[in-house]
Design a protein around this ligand. Structure first.
Ligand SMILES: *Cc1c(COP(=O)(O)O)cnc(C)c1O
Length: 394
């Protein structure tokens, strides 16, 4: 046996189990219609909620930043100095979020890896929703704190576990996704905040899919519930609704100052590039000036969901623009997605292990870039393929 045989065997097993990931190639901007594997299709699976990924004003801001600052930061911020551009972004985001301060990171994933191990370590305990995002799970593992998983969106289970386990440890952290990206449901944050306050636990919410979507003008889940000042750490990503790349933490200025001293990806990895930052600043400016894009996103969401229900599809319990079309078996979801693609609609099938066995689905992501005609096109194709595959009555 060669030492790398396991790689070959694992890859073969993934293929046999239908879990091998085939990555499609995109050769156009991310927009309502996108060229995927050489074919122009209606894009129903990007995180480009507000259309910022190809927004003319963001592109212009990025170009100007290249002329003024060049293309790269050329160093870690703490070692060779930070560009004023990054500080401007952090000020703007803090203003947008209604938080005291913000620190930015290279991605949302990185933000969780940076933040959790800076706050807790051996001898501490983390209470983590069982469906939390992989980057939260990895951040928790990296911290070496004890991890206690609580039942998904279940404050009673959380309260019981915090009361039982909490007193055995030094510090306590409660961490949850704001919006759960596979089902589109949201965390019961007011109840969780009460538990955190009662037990003096640090409270952290990862609002990756709530940013630009929930709350007034897209200010996120804390704003949605009116919980300003009661959530210690709000993690955000700049790669979803904001359309660019990067991540950040919003919170009290002491927390942000602490992370500037302690968070390892901040101390040992370069920042995102000047054009990224300038484009993100423009996105925040646009969101602060007008709620039009966020309103359009919700208008599209309401319309699409109503029509899908009327057609007879099971679209789960989502309360956000994430729309799971529940199909059950992974093979059916894959066939459905393939047929949609042939019909000109790009919507990915999601199966085990991303979601539990038997809960395979097509996950539709709505966006402000979709026109009503686009949505009608998608609905027509969903109906056609749904009848063809026996999901809807003929
Ligand atoms: C997408 C996502 C991330 C990762 O964000 P990136 O900026 O793409 O690295 C982190 N947390 C949650 C909850 C997410 O949905």
């Amino acid at each position: 046996m060669g030492k790398l045989d396991f790689i070959y065997e694992d890859l073969e097993n993934l293929k046999k189990e239908g879990l091998y990931i085939t990555i499609r190639t995109i050769s156009s901007p991310q927009d309502a219609w996108t060229v995927v594997d050489g074919k122009r299709v209606l894009n129903m699976c990007s995180n480009n909620y507000l259309g910022f990924a190809n927004h003319p004003e963001l592109k212009e801001a990025a170009k100007q930043a290249i002329d003024r600052y060049g293309v790269g930061p050329a160093a870690v911020r703490t070692i060779a100095g930070t560009m004023d551009l990054h500080l401007e972004l952090e000020r703007k985001l803090a203003e947008f979020k209604g938080a005291e301060a913000v620190i930015s990171f290279q991605s949302g994933f990185n933000t969780n890896l940076a933040t959790i191990p800076a706050l807790v370590g051996r001898g501490d305990v983390i209470f983590s929703d069982e469906l939390n995002h992989a980057s939260i799970i990895d951040g928790c593992r990296l911290s070496r704190a004890t991890i206690v998983r609580y039942n998904h969106n279940d404050p009673e289970d959380l309260a019981r576990k915090v009361a039982e386990e909490g007193p055995k440890y030094r510090r306590k952290l409660i961490v949850t996704d704001g919006v759960f990206s596979m089902d589109g449901d949201i965390a019961p944050l007011p109840e969780i905040a009460e538990i955190a306050e009662k037990h003096e636990a640090i409270l952290m919410v990862d609002d990756a899919h709530g940013e630009g979507v929930l709350g007034r003008g897209g200010r996120g889940i804390v704003d949605h519930y009116g919980l300003h000042g009661r959530v210690d750490i709000e993690v955000g990503t700049l790669s979803k609704a904001f359309g660019v790349v990067g991540g950040y933490v919003a919170g009290r200025k002491e927390i942000v100052e602490y992370l500037r001293q302690k968070a390892r990806p901040f101390l040992f990895s370069s920042a995102v590039t000047p054009p990224d930052v300038a484009a993100t600043i423009r996105a925040v400016d646009i969101l602060m000036a007008s709620e039009d894009l966020v309103n359009k996103l919700w208008e599209n969401t309401r319309y699409f969901k109503e029509q899908m229900k009327a057609l007879g599809f099971d679209i789960g319990q989502s309360v956000t623009p994430i729309t799971p079309v529940m199909l059950g078996e992974a093979t059916l979801a894959q066939e459905f997605s393939k047929r949609l693609f042939e019909e000109g609609v790009f919507a990915q099938a999601i199966g085990y292990p991303t979601v539990p066995r038997g809960k395979a689905r097509i996950r539709v992501m709505l966006s402000a870039v979709h026109s009503k005609e686009d949505l009608d096109y998608a609905l027509d194709k969903f109906a056609k393929v749904g009848r063809e595959l026996g999901v809807l009555k003929a």
